[in-house]
Design a protein around this ligand. Structure first.
Ligand SMILES: CC(C)(COP(=O)(O)OP(=O)(O)OC[C@H]1O[C@@H](n2cnc3c(N)ncnc32)[C@H](O)[C@@H]1OP(=O)(O)O)[C@@H](O)C(=O)NCCC(=O)NCCS
Length: 232
C-alpha cells in the first residue's frame, strides 16, 4: 500500500456553520500538536490487530506504530483528534500533504483515520473526514486520496458519500475526491470549528485539573477514586 499516511477521502462537507453546529453528530475536533504524541500513540496502540490492518494496510506492530507517531510532521501535515472528557483520544485523523516538488504549496493530500473500537458508529469517522476535507480545501488542496483495503466498506462508504471516485485493484482500493476551491464561507466554517474545539479542550483540561485538586484536598486517590469518566 503506497502513501505516508494510509487512506483518506473527502466530500464537500457541511457548508453552513450553523447547520453544522446543529448536527446531532457534531463533536469538537481539535488540531493536534507535538505535545499530543503520547496520546496519539496510546490511541493507536489500543487498536486491535484487525483495525491496525485496516488503518495502515498491514498488521502494524507496536514498534512500527511508535515509529509512525515519532515521525509525524505537525508542520507539514495536519493531525486532528476527538477527545473524551478524560482527554483520551477517541478518534484520530492524519491529513498528509504531498510535496509538489516545485516549491509550490501541495495540491494533493492523503487521509488516514481511526476511531476507537468502543466509539464506533457515532459519526466520528464521518466528522473527522468532513473536517479534514475542509482543512485541505482551505489549504488549496484539489485532490484528496484515500488508500483503503477493498474490504473496508465503512471507509469506502464515507469516501463515496463525499463524491469520491473509487478504483479497486485486487485487495486494495483508492478513493479520489476532487475538491472545490476554498471560499470565504469555508474559511469561516473552519474558524468556527477550531474555536469551538479549542474552547472544549480547555474546558476538559480545567475540569480534569479541578477534579485532581479536589481529590488531593479530600485525601482520595485521583487515579482510583476520581469521578467516573463519561462513556468512551
Ligand atoms: C473507518 C472508521 C474510522 C469509521 O469510524 P466510525 O466512527 O465508526 O464511522 P461513522 O460512525 O462515522 O460511520 C460512517 C458511515 O459508515 C457506516 N458504517 C459504520 N460502521 C459500519 C460497518 N461496520 N459496516 C458498514 N457501514 C458502517 C455508517 O452507517 C455511516 O454511514 P451512514 O452515514 O450512511 O449511515 C472506523 O471503522 C475505524 O477506525 N476503522 C479501523 C481503521 C480504518 O479502517 N481506517 C480507515 C482507513 S484509513
Amino acid at each position: 500500500m503506497p502513501d505516508s499516511i494510509h487512506h483518506a477521502s473527502g466530500p464537500q462537507g457541511p457548508s453552513d456553520p450553523v447547520a453544522l453546529a446543529r448536527s446531532p453528530t457534531w463533536v469538537p475536533i481539535r488540531s493536534l500538536a507535538p505535545r499530543h504524541r503520547d496520546r496519539i500513540l496510546a490511541h493507536l496502540l489500543r487498536l486491535p490487530e484487525r483495525d491496525r490492518y485496516l488503518r495502515f494496510g498491514y498488521m502494524a506492530s507496536d514498534l512500527q506504530i511508535t515509529r509512525y507517531v515519532d515521525e509525524l510532521d505537525f508542520e507539514r501535515d495536519e493531525v486532528l483528534g476527538i477527545f473524551n472528557r478524560r482527554l483520551r483520544l477517541l478518534g484520530l485523523a492524519h491529513l498528509a500533504y504531498v510535496d509538489s516538488h516545485d516549491g509550490l504549496p501541495a495540491t494533493r493530500a492523503e487521509f488516514g483515520v481511526s476511531v476507537a473500537a468502543n466509539a464506533r458508529g457515532r459519526g466520528y469517522g464521518q466528522r473527522l473526514f468532513d473536517l479534514a476535507v475542509l482543512h485541505a480545501r482551505n489549504r488549496g488542496v484539489q485532490t484528496l486520496v484515500i488508500h483503503a483495503l477493498s474490504e473496508n466498506t465503512t471507509m469506502l462508504r464515507i469516501a463515496r458519500k463525499a463524491g469520491a471516485e473509487v478504483v479497486r485493484e485486487g485487495g486494495e482500493a483508492q478513493a479520489v475526491l476532487r475538491m472545490p476551491a476554498d471560499s470565504f464561507q469555508s474559511h469561516v466554517e473552519q474558524l468556527v470549528e477550531d474555536s469551538a474545539a479549542e474552547w472544549d479542550y480547555r474546558f476538559k483540561q480545567q475540569a480534569r485539573q479541578m477534579s485532581r485538586l479536589l481529590a488531593v484536598l479530600s485525601g482520595s486517590n485521583p487515579t482510583t477514586d476520581g469521578p467516573r469518566a463519561p462513556p468512551d
